[in-house]
Design a protein around this ligand. Structure first.
Ligand code: PMP
Length: 453
């Protein structure tokens, strides 16, 4: 019989698959290392196992202990598998930009999940770096993994991923391309490959909003490079010890939009259903295609599985809301596609002004049509209401008809975007669009800007 003794034995030995159509314009042979077939569906199983093995070996992790880690989800999954098989408790600290799927998956394999705000500085006590450290300091018999600075992270890739790639390409690899987060993957694989052949180029994929590329090129840690971004798993606002800049030949930045668009292309055009950083990595190769020639053998590593992104990059509404879907917008009805499913908030002439204020507040909107049946008879805007209320705060309890303004201009769904824009340049604060028979919706200035930007 041929079987494994437990799931951990299935980690590693992942396949190398040629990119079928997406790299046609690249002269080189492009092969992808599909890490999604690891039991936790990501490359991170490798380093999770190595980090725990090493911590057990030198006594940092003791029987019955609690493992604590700040993780974007994939490392957590790897740690969870090892923890549950070896009888440890696992606490994962995540930032709130991580997909809900990742959080639910971690809970499914027994981890306790803490969610922290993304947009705070690393040394802010609410940051996921700080919360992880505090939990580690206050939980008895605990071990803080710290994948950023833990050398076992890089070691896992030096001992397994690097040798696999070398053997699978029979030493013919010329370029290794991969997204960089903690740096473990690129540094471990890069070190191994450079030792085998120092001419192999190691290219790191970075994202806009991260410090890596500039630091690599100039030695300057530039805080101005740091801002929130959408791409998951890669880029940092710190310099993790696991990033060995000396084995990296070049960093290439890929935009959030391209990462998402190329992640979807990998699924649609290659049948390779992988994560967001894979989209960045494949796009990075296309951006660098001029540097590749026909004898080159490029290996790109795809970190994790697409299922973790079904509520985000693989969801059309999510993509549309961020302007990531290149749908041609030509008519008024195209402008409201991403909120057509939401009901139009309206008031009637007889409703009290306080009702309009409540709705504006609740839905975060700045104008409301006043309707009678299906007819717009007036409108209210927050600026106008504010000015009126400053004059007389008792207006709040009066019927809306006493303060309402003229109805918003209306257009048919088929009206052109130019027609709609003209109404805004003539001073309209919003425009009502009539479509699908008797449906109405509101077009805001932001909707028009998004369409023409
Ligand atoms: N992609 C994804 C989806 C990840 O979770 C990570 C880990 N943060 C990376 C890429 C980057 O890998 P590494 O941490 O080894 O640099």
């Amino acid at each position: 019989m041929k079987y494994y003794n437990n799931i951990l034995q299935t980690i590693g030995n992942t396949p190398l698959v040629k990119i079928h159509t997406m790299c046609k314009e690249v002269d080189a042979l492009v092969l992808s290392k599909i890490e999604t077939v690891n039991p936790g569906n990501s490359v991170k199983d490798r380093m999770a196992l190595q980090m725990i093995d090493d911590a057990e070996a030198d006594g940092r992790l003791k029987p019955g202990g609690t493992i604590i880690e700040g993780t974007s989800g994939n490392t957590g999954m790897g740690l969870a598998l090892v923890a549950l098989l070896r009888g440890y408790k696992l606490i994962c600290v995540l930032s709130d930009k991580q997909s809900k799927e990742k959080m639910d998956i971690l809970r499914a394999v027994g981890a306790e999940v803490h969610v922290c705000p993304t947009n705070v500085a690393p040394d802010d006590p609410r940051s996921y770096y700080s919360v992880s450290k505090t939990l580690a300091d206050t939980t008895p018999n605990s071990w803080y993994v710290n994948q950023y600075d833990n050398p076992s992270n890089t070691k896992a890739h030096y001992l397994t991923t690097g040798p696999e790639i070398w053997e699978q390409t029979e030493g013919k690899i010329t370029h290794f391309v991969v997204g960089v987060g903690t740096g473990g993957t690129i540094s471990g694989v890069g070190k191994y490959l450079k030792e085998k052949n120092p001419n192999i180029k190691i290219w790191g994929i970075d994202t806009y909003g991260s410090v890596f590329k500039k630091y690599h090129e100039t030695g300057i840690f530039d805080e101005n490079e740091i801002y929130p971004y959408i791409t998951e798993g890669i880029g940092e606002d710190i310099l993790p010890k696991n990033v060995d800049f000396s084995v990296i030949d070049k960093f290439e930045k890929v935009t959030d939009k391209d990462a998402a668009v190329y992640q979807r292309k990998l699924a649609k055009e290659e049948g390779i259903f992988v994560g967001n950083s894979a989209g960045s990595a494949i796009k990075g190769i296309l951006q660098l295609k001029e540097e590749l020639t026909k004898d080159d053998v490029v290996v790109v590593l795809f970190h994790d599985h697409g299922s973790r992104y079904v509520g985000k990059m693989f969801n059309d509404d999510w993509m549309r809301e961020r302007g990531f879907l290149d749908e041609e917008k030509t008519s008024a009805v195209d402008l409201i596609k991403d909120h057509a499913g939401k009901h139009l908030v309206t008031v009637t002439e007889e409703n009290p002004v306080s009702q309009a204020l409540l709705l504006m507040n609740q839905y975060g909107i700045s104008q409301i049509p006043v309707v009678e049946g299906n007819k717009c008879v007036g409108s209210l805007s927050d600026n106008h209401l504010f000015a009126k209320l400053l004059d007389n705060s008792e207006l709040k309890e009066l019927p809306i008809k006493h303060v309402m303004e003229a109805p918003l201009p209306e257009v048919d769904g088929k009206a052109s975007i130019e027609e709609v824009s003209k109404l805004f340049s003539n001073g309209a604060t919003a425009v009502v669009v009539n479509y699908d028979g008797d449906k109405k919706h509101i077009i805001t200035y932001q909707d028009v800007i998004r369409a023409i930007a």
